[in-house]
Design a protein around this ligand. Structure first.
Ligand code: TEU
Length: 515
């Protein structure tokens, strides 16, 4: 299914395991109950021990935090809750000293309502920055410019009236997140300046927030009324975005050391995602969310994987795989059992492509149960954003009572407890990362899906004579499986019989790497 070129070594972002950190909930050095950059630096041992190659930091920039940092009021400074630019430099240096690359979140499609650009833009209809955002007049009877709806707002329109100037501005998310007008050349230059600021500081790349939303239909035409209830951001798919992406790619390529951009292309069909790789001249990587939202069923996953290769292989684009992130229920919660979450980890870390881990999944964390009075996110995504339990307790390594409650079973699922237990989920992740590192087939090899009994997903990875078989049992019934050759169990999701011959039998909810 893939043809890898042996002429030059593959770029780092193809074989890396990338670990997402949500900075509010990783490590708290200041003791205010909210995580910070110095707190991340203090905890980097965890990533080294695990074997992660890179980390992605969700936003830590100045922000009024209406969307917990995805509403940026200064792209080139650290919000005081997270520390200072010096703290960032120290984190970057410490990560690089450990051989860990650092991607930062870049939020190019909208700013905060408090960003000086928007403050200036809204000051008057003739402001020089007026056109940096998208303004329209309402119709004579107050009609909105189109039928677009916003996200995180329970389906409210994507337009809000600015009373002072009497015009409406476009916002794909909260009213506090006005959309930038990328059709304006000055906006493009300003946002490229932001990239340069961080590239010059030494970051290895970016995770680009809702990158497919930077280009807009110049006519702002209505969405198909049948789809209009879907937040417009999930429908927005405009040709002009590709021109912007090619400019951004040229900028990244003008820097040494393979700076990379992984785009959050939040579209509903993998077919719509593929074009965002361009011809190797747009995004390096793109998220692809259909598998993230797929139920835990062998047939459904096989279909997602086949769809992904069917559309990405022809354009030589490299897939990404994600089971959890800061926007969705954790897969441990969605799949409703630890055994399935373990099997899913084997899948995530053996599919051809770049896997993204979301902090805490390596602990098998479930979502926290957040009582209504403690819900703070307008999108209700607090459960997956609970703080990482470092120690058994009582405050799990957090100096003060943290901003969100801990996930269930925080003591036995803490890093401390699981480090001391070779059978833990944490140790499984570590063995999986080590297996990847030790196997060219798993890192970069081709992938061939094999037919197997119902409920099993079976595939083979190959590179230069290195070969692995992966078997994932999506069902809670033990299932016999015949494979040619004498194979042994390299990693088992439940740890059973590792290092022993494969006996032609896959346990209930079990996944195996066979060599
Ligand atoms: O998410 C994009 C996005 O479309 C999702 O937020 C989705 O609409 C939402 O989770 C539905 O519940 C990105 C960020 O990952 C997210 O945290 C931000 O809130 C959003 O963009 C706006 O910047």
């Amino acid at each position: 299914m893939s043809h890898i070129s042996h002429d030059q070594p593959a770029p780092w972002w193809k074989s890396a395991v990338i670990y997402q950190i949500y900075p509010r909930s990783f490590g708290d050095s200041s003791g205010d109950g909210v995580g910070d950059l110095a707190g991340i630096t203090e905890r980097l041992d965890h990533l080294t021990w695990l074997g992660a190659d890179a980390l992605w930091l969700s936003p830590f920039f100045r922000s009024p935090m209406h969307d917990f940092g995805y509403d940026v009021s200064d792209y080139c400074d650290v919000d005081p809750v997270f520390g200072t630019l010096a703290d960032f430099d120290a984190l970057l240096e410490a990560a690089h000293a450990r051989g860990i690359r650092v991607l930062i979140d870049w939020v190019p499609a909208h700013t905060s309502i408090d960003h000086p650009w928007f403050v200036e833009a809204r000051a008057s209809r003739t402001s020089p920055k007026r056109d940096w955002y998208v303004w329209r007049d309402a119709g004579p009877a107050g009609e909105l410019p189109n039928n677009w709806t916003s996200a995180l707002t329970d389906g409210a329109p994507a337009w809000t009236l600015d009373e002072a100037s009497g015009q409406l501005y476009l916002h794909s998310f909260l009213p506090e997140q006005p959309d930038l007008n990328w059709a304006n050349q000055e906006v493009q230059e300003a946002m490229q300046g932001v990239l340069r600021f961080w590239l010059d500081r030494g970051v290895d790349g970016f995770r680009a927030d809702v990158i497919h939303n930077i280009g807009k239909d110049p006519a702002l035409a209505d969405a198909d009324p049948k789809l209009a209830k879907i937040p417009h951001c999930a429908l927005n798919d405009e040709p002009v975005t590709h021109a912007y992406l090619r400019d951004l790619r040229r900028l990244l390529d003008s820097y040494p050391n393979e700076r990379a951009m992984v785009g959050e292309v939040f579209l509903l069909d993998t077919k719509q995602v593929a074009p965002y790789y361009g011809r190797g001249d747009e995004l390096h990587l793109s998220f692809n969310f259909p598998p993230l939202f797929a139920p835990w069923e062998a047939a459904r996953w096989r279909e997602c994987v086949e769809d992904t290769f069917a559309v990405l292989d022809p354009v030589e684009a490299w897939p990404t795989w994600v089971l959890s992130n800061h926007d969705v229920k954790r897969h441990r919660t969605r799949y409703r059992s630890e055994a399935r979450a373990r099997a899913a980890a084997v899948l995530l870390l053996t599919l051809r492509g770049t896997p993204f881990l979301y902090m805490g999944e390596e602990l098998g964390l479930e979502d926290a149960e957040v009582p209504p009075e403690r819900v703070v996110d307008p999108g209700g995504r607090d459960g997956c954003r609970a703080p990482i339990p470092w120690t058994r307790g009582p405050s799990h390594g957090w100096p003060a009572s943290p901003w969100l409650p801990f996930a269930p079973d925080a003591a036995p699922r803490s890093v401390e407890a699981q480090r001391g237990d070779a059978d833990s989920v944490l140790h499984l992740y570590r063995r999986l990362l080590a297996a990847r590192r030790g196997s060219p087939a798993l890192r970069l090899g081709s992938m061939k899906i094999l037919d197997g009994p119902e409920g099993l997903f079976v595939y083979r990875r190959d590179a230069d004579g290195d070969r692995r078989w992966v078997v994932v049992n999506f069902r809670d019934k033990p299932t016999p499986l015949e494979l040619d050759g004498s194979l042994s169990v390299e990693v088992a999701s439940d740890g059973a019989e590792e290092g022993e011959p494969f006996r032609g039998h896959v346990g209930a909810d079990q996944a195996l790497i066979l060599a």
